[in-house]
Ligand binder design. Structure first.
Ligand SMILES: C[S@@+](CC[C@H](N)C(=O)[O-])C[C@H]1O[C@@H](n2cnc3c(N)ncnc32)[C@H](O)[C@@H]1O
Length: 274
């Protein structure tokens, strides 16, 4: 039987009965290798059989809640697009708060350590903005490390070094001016089973023991010994963890603590000063 061809407008409207219409547009842009305005101005154009098959296969994947970023292989963060695949967390917009706050510091000729780089979005965004900053990024997952290095290369950032390291093992770093981390902090038992996409993301990037607090505890406790005087630790966490962070930071001996709310008015970032 001869396969039917379909035009852009009809393909989008058919897909939008299954998935969000913006996601449908982004998938078709990806399949056709065009930008957003093209689809608006070429609604009558036919898509070929190969494109149509790929597009509707991707629509089915998205319907199963696979993150859009994994389907198109990239995610925008801060000022750049980053390669992502299923071995890294999909970068979240709220994590840009860490970048914003780091960029408010005097970073010239300073040393920054990032713990758990994932796709490298935090380190690479900051390092690209300030070429005089030296960044050391660590990551336990070798596959994530490969993605981060691929991003460093494609964004032409050379003031970063990424290494394989597990923060539960011995730390052999020099003292740093700044340490930043968006560690896994989700309590596995509290996660909404229907949450969009998260079940496709690596558990090592999401979940932490002790109701999501174990890795934050390790990082807060160990970092104080690796910060220069007046050094600062920048952390992302869930809003439910913000009070626990205050208690722990005081106990460990941090002198100052600033906490910041995200766009939903939830306390999501802590800055601990030595
Ligand atoms: C929440 S993701 C953050 C990734 C990236 N920084 C971002 O903001 O998108 C946490 C990262 O920490 C890494 N990680 C988890 N446990 C680790 C450990 N014990 N040592 C080093 N990295 C770890 C994970 O593989 C993951 O890439």
């Amino acid at each position: 039987m001869k396969q039917q061809t379909i035009n852009i407008e009809d393909a989008l409207s058919k897909a939008s009965t299954n998935i969000d219409s913006l996601d449908a547009r982004l998938l078709l842009e990806f399949v056709k290798g065009v930008d957003g305005s093209y689809l608006f101005t070429h609604g009558d154009e036919k898509i070929n059989i190969k494109e149509s098959k790929l597009f509707f296969d991707l629509v089915q994947e998205r319907k199963k809640k696979k993150p859009l970023a994994y389907l198109v292989g990239k995610k925008g963060f801060w000022k750049n697009d980053f390669f992502v695949d299923k071995s890294v967390l999909v970068p979240r917009p709220e994590t840009e708060m860490l970048v914003e706050k780091l960029l408010e510091q005097d970073l010239d000729n300073k040393d920054l350590l990032e713990l758990g780089i994932g796709s490298g979005v935090i380190s690479l965004s900051v390092a690209k903005e300030n070429k005089k900053l030296n960044v050391l990024g660590t990551e336990k997952s070798l596959r994530a490390l490969m993605i981060a290095n691929k991003n460093a290369k494609s964004l032409d950032v050379d003031n970063v070094i990424f290494i394989n390291h597990d923060w539960n093992r011995k730390w052999l770093f020099p003292k740093m001016d700044f340490i930043v981390s968006n560690p896994p902090y989700v309590d596995r038992s509290s996660l909404d089973k229907n949450a969009d996409g998260v079940w496709f993301e690596p558990s090592i990037a999401l979940f932490s023991d002790e109701k999501g607090f174990k890795d934050l505890d390790t990082i807060i406790s160990k970092s104080i010994g690796f910060l220069k005087p007046k050094g600062k630790l920048f952390l992302e966490h869930s809003y439910e963890q913000s009070k626990k962070i205050v208690t722990l930071a005081k106990k460990i001996g941090y002198k100052n603590l600033e906490q910041l709310k995200d766009n939903n008015n939830l306390m999501r970032v802590s800055i601990l000063s030595k």
